[in-house]
Design a protein around this ligand. Structure first.
Ligand SMILES: Nc1nc2c(ncn2[C@@H]2O[C@H](COP(=O)(O)OP(=O)(O)OP(=O)(O)O)[C@@H](O)[C@H]2O)c(=O)[nH]1
Ligand SMILES: [Mg+2]
Length: 358
């Protein structure tokens, strides 16, 4: 399935139906009273969150979305039928902006959440409403009002609890594959991962969180180098980050410099993202070169006040302990933020989200 996280769409709610002008006609009653019925209201355009959806792709195929118009009123006080609402599925995490005013009109997060993005017009009243003592045969009725029309910009910010950041080839995808059922491609060339992947990670007996693997960052990402930093928006809703660093020396870069480069890129994108708590992790400790360099690297990070965790995403060494620690910190952070956590429940949504290994 193609991953699309931005779309523009034109929504047009249904117009209200016209009220009717009509008079009662019966034998022996040449001047029957007005009996024109009201027009029906127009249908609304409604966005509804569908749990398993993770892309805005559908909108590429339907740039214009219309709801049904209200039926016109008829004689004998017959009301026009209300126009049909148009419901459109959106993934959890969709932000809806009005292009013309720039206003945010919806932040659709929870499964089943709904937002009316264009309201149907009102039906006009028929002439039956307008008879008065001085005008017993009104020859007018109200027209319906037009349905709302809007141009919308949709932006998806995935609903992840914890984000993975690091250089290309640091092993982010290898790690998420180890701890969840997410299956991004893994390879020894940079920018293997082209779009974000989500996986549900279970920790301890009753906890779970949603982890996001996004494409790697490089120096200058904020200027558009590599894949740029546009995927960082998918970490905007996370509570903390796992910052993964290749300490094997295979990259021929210095781990501490890597760490600082990535943080600099986060800062250039959004200070709020750079301010999120991180757990900093040295990867590839199965390799001899990495093991040899690890104590010295740890010491250098410690001098900066950064505690370095060590794992091998490939062999799984240290990974379970890391996930326990991440889960614990995440829980504590959420509690501070005032999100009481029901036991065993992350925000993790979605029947089609990757479920963890057992
Ligand atoms: N020896 C060893 N190799 C690893 C380890 N983790 C990942 N690799 C290898 O490093 C290469 C890159 O791994 P990926 O998981 O694709 O890296 P990534 O961070 O997702 O990279 P991008 O998607 O390009 O950002 C692959 O060849 C992996 O097999 C590890 O713990 N030990
Ligand atoms: Mg990857």
């Amino acid at each position: 399935m193609k991953f699309i996280d931005e779309a523009e769409v034109h929504v047009h709610a249904g117009d209200g139906g016209r009220g009717c002008v009509s008079f009662l006609r019966e034998k022996y009653k040449p001047h029957g009273g007005p009996n024109g019925g009201d027009g029906g209201d127009g249908g609304d355009v409604v966005f509804v969150v569908e749990g398993g959806l993770t892309t805005l792709l559908d909108f590429k195929f339907q740039p214009i979305i219309k709801a049904g118009r209200g039926e016109h009123g008829r004689g004998k006080e017959q009301y026009g039928k209300r126009g049909a609402d148009k419901e459109v599925r959106v993934p959890p995490g969709t932000l809806v902006y009005d292009i013309d005013s720039g206003a945010l009109i919806g932040d659709l997060q929870a499964r089943g959440a709904r937002c009316i993005v264009a309201r149907g017009g009102r039906g006009g009243r028929g002439n039956a409403h307008f008879a008065t003592s001085t005008n017993q045969a009104p020859r007018y009725a109200q027209p319906g009002t037009p349905g709302e029309e809007r141009r919308l910009r949709l932006e998806l910010h995935l609903m992840a609890d914890i984000g993975l950041v690091g250089f290309p080839n640091a092993g982010k995808s290898t790690l998420i594959t180890k701890v969840s059922a997410a299956r991004p491609r893994i390879a020894d060339y940079p920018f293997t991962t082209l779009v974000p992947h989500l996986g549900v990670v279970r920790f301890e007996d009753d906890g779970s969180f949603v982890l996001a693997d996004i494409p790697g960052l490089i120096e200058g990402a904020h200027r558009g180098l590599g894949l740029g930093h546009r995927f960082l928006r998918h970490l905007s809703r996370t509570t903390m980050l796992i910052h993964l660093i290749d300490v094997s020396g295979l990259s021929r870069r210095d781990p501490l410099a890597d760490y600082e480069t990535i943080n600099h890129e986060l800062q250039a994108f959004d200070a709020a993202l750079a301010a999120k708590p991180q757990i900093v992790v040295a990867n590839k400790l199965d390799l001899v070169e990495a093991r040899e360099r690890y104590p010295e690297t740890r010491r250098r990070f410690a001098e900066r006040g950064v505690e370095l965790w060590g794992i091998s995403a490939a062999t799984g060494e240290g990974v379970a302990a890391l996930m326990r620690e991440v889960g614990r910190r995440w829980r504590a952070l959420r509690a501070v933020d005032g999100f009481p956590l029901p036991p065993g429940e992350g925000q993790g949504e979605g029947s089609r989200l990757a479920q963890p290994h057992r």
